[in-house]
Ligand binder design. Structure first.
Ligand SMILES: [Zn+2]
Length: 111
């Protein structure tokens, strides 16, 4: 598929799962190059590998099933960090937003 055709399809799908906007449903970021479809309940990479066809085509051919949402890559990573928080804490990685603010305040103390 040519890149342009790929993006035509991708933007159509992102707009559907972005509730009518081609943008992240959490933060509003809109550059489609860094937007993707999130599997709300996880299991995305396994599912995508099992399809045998491009994910965006599969979503359209299946009449936009429930269980997906448009997220930007930042929000994808944050979702991942929050859902693996317990495991990360055991491994000593402080990944809550409060922890990040804490570290930030230590690195850049207010005058
Ligand atoms: Zn976002």
């Amino acid at each position: 598929m040519r890149p342009r055709a790929y993006y035509d399809r991708k933007i159509e799908v992102l707009t559907h799962y972005g509730n009518g906007k081609c943008a992240c449903i959490k933060c509003g970021f809109w550059d489609a190059r860094a937007l993707s479809i999130d599997h709300i309940n996880g299991g995305g990479s396994k599912h995508i590998k099992s399809l045998g066809k491009p994910f965006y085509d599969w979503l359209v051919e299946n009449n936009y099933p429930d269980g997906y949402q448009t997220l930007c890559m930042n929000c994808q990573w944050i979702k991942k960090a929050e859902s693996s928080k317990q495991q990360d804490i055991r491994q000593g990685y402080p990944l809550t937003l409060e922890d990040i603010k804490d570290i930030y305040n230590k690195c850049f103390p207010r005058a």
